[in-house]
Design a protein around this ligand. Structure first.
Ligand code: NAP
Ligand code: ZN
Ligand code: ZN
Length: 347
């Protein structure tokens, strides 16, 4: 069993530190990948710190993985050694339930196996992309185009699909007015994708310093969400709101910005419960919904769409040993707009 360098959280209150982990020898259907870049998602912080209450330690976070195939099992059909490959948030699922058969493995009725903080079918904990190598069944491995800068592709594996999937599901198209709440990793991908789908995008952000970036990324308007007067002026104006905020925020206040029949989709997952006033929904037949990453088929569709439209994430590349600092900066909303770890720094 190959030993692999990794970075792990030993406990909820401890910083991340080096750890050597075992990876399985590739089985007949497995692809072995040398990890080149791994994005840093806010979910990594929530889980490293046990904010969702389901953490398994030691934890090797990371589910925005891009690398090169270094070995394939005998039955692997669609990957060859030397090709680029990507791994997102899912490394296995039951493959039999209605959702798996529909290509929505994220909703597997028997529980999808997360890339990290999960338990594989072999009963062992899964370890994520803050490591130099990973082995995954080809069914859960994505094809990555050589056309794009792979540093900027890594975040597409979570931030990209998590924003692409709801924009597609709720048919966001040309002529619609869309608000993206929070301009971080998910938010900046939401802006790029909603703009690519033809929507008129407004960014609602707590950081005035992000206005120029928001417009460069594809937004037409930028509003500081702390400005009550400006927020009041937006009442009833959006068809769709994508809420990417990682901390508690008032859903009622945002629901009031939707048109009649409008929908706000939560992708941001603060650990604390929220209150919603029934009237925020009732008075204009508004909907409040949620969305979880996306299935493997749709993740491939999103990667292909991004390759075709030249869409990547705006990244700050960091060495592995700067990860604890990166977490602290993300907690302050200070990331432009995704940290990506250069895995050469862990070799
Ligand atoms: P991120 O890069 O840290 O961005 C979050 C943004 O939210 C910040 O940049 C900031 O934007 C805004 N924000 C933070 N604290 C705030 C506060 N107290 N009030 C208002 N705005 C605040 O995080 P991310 O990686 O994009 O992840 C965002 C959330 O989505 C996390 O909760 C993560 O776990 C979740 N997530 C969910 C899924 C899913 O499948 N549903 C997938 C991935 C991640 P401004 O500076 O612009 O205000
Ligand atoms: Zn994520
Ligand atoms: Zn299933």
């Amino acid at each position: 069993m190959p030993n692999v360098n990794a970075y792990a959280t030993p406990a909820a209150t401890a910083p991340l530190a080096p750890l050597t982990i075992d990876r399985r020898t590739p089985g007949a259907h497995d692809v072995q990948i040398e990890i080149l870049y791994c994005g840093v998602c806010h979910s990594d912080i929530h889980q490293a710190r046990n904010e969702w209450g389901n953490s398994i330690y030691p934890m090797v976070p990371g589910h925005e993985i891009v690398g090169r195939v270094t070995a394939v099992g005998d039955h692997v059909k669609s990957f060859k050694v030397g090709e680029l490959a990507g791994i997102g948030c899912i490394v296995d699922s039951c493959r039999e339930c209605e959702q798996c058969l529909d290509g929505e493995e994220q909703f597997c009725q028997n529980g999808m196996v997360g890339t990290y903080n999960g338990v594989g079918k072999d009963g062992k904990p899964t370890y994520g992309g803050y490591s130099t190598q990973i082995v995954v069944d080809e069914k859960y491995t994505l094809h990555v185009s050589e056309k794009l800068d792979i540093k900027g592709v890594a975040p597409l594996l979570c931030a990209g699909i998590t924003t692409y999937s709801p924009l597609r599901y709720w048919n966001v198209t040309k002529g619609q007015k869309v608000a993206i709440v929070g301009l971080g990793g998910l938010g900046h991908m939401g802006v790029k994708l909603a703009a690519a789908f033809g929507a008129e995008v407004t960014v609602l952000s707590t950081s005035d310093s992000k206005e120029a970036d928001a417009k460069r990324l594809g937004a037409t308007h930028f509003v500081n969400s702390k400005n009550e007067e400006k927020m009041a002026g937006l009442a009833g104006s959006f068809d769709f709101i994508l809420n990417t905020v990682s901390a508690p925020n008032s859903y009622d206040r945002l629901l009031g910005l939707l048109k009649t029949n409008g929908t706000m989709v939560l992708v941001g997952a603060p650990p604390e419960p929220s209150q919603v006033m029934g009237f925020s929904l009732i008075m204009r037949r508004r909907s409040l919904a949620g969305s979880l990453i996306g299935g493997i088929k749709e993740t491939q569709e999103m990667l292909d769409f991004c390759a075709e439209h030249n869409i990547t994430s705006d990244v700050e590349v960091i060495p592995m040993d700067k990860i604890n600092e990166a977490y602290e900066r993300m907690m302050k909303g200070d990331v432009k707009y995704r940290f990506v770890i250069d895995m050469q720094s862990l070799k």
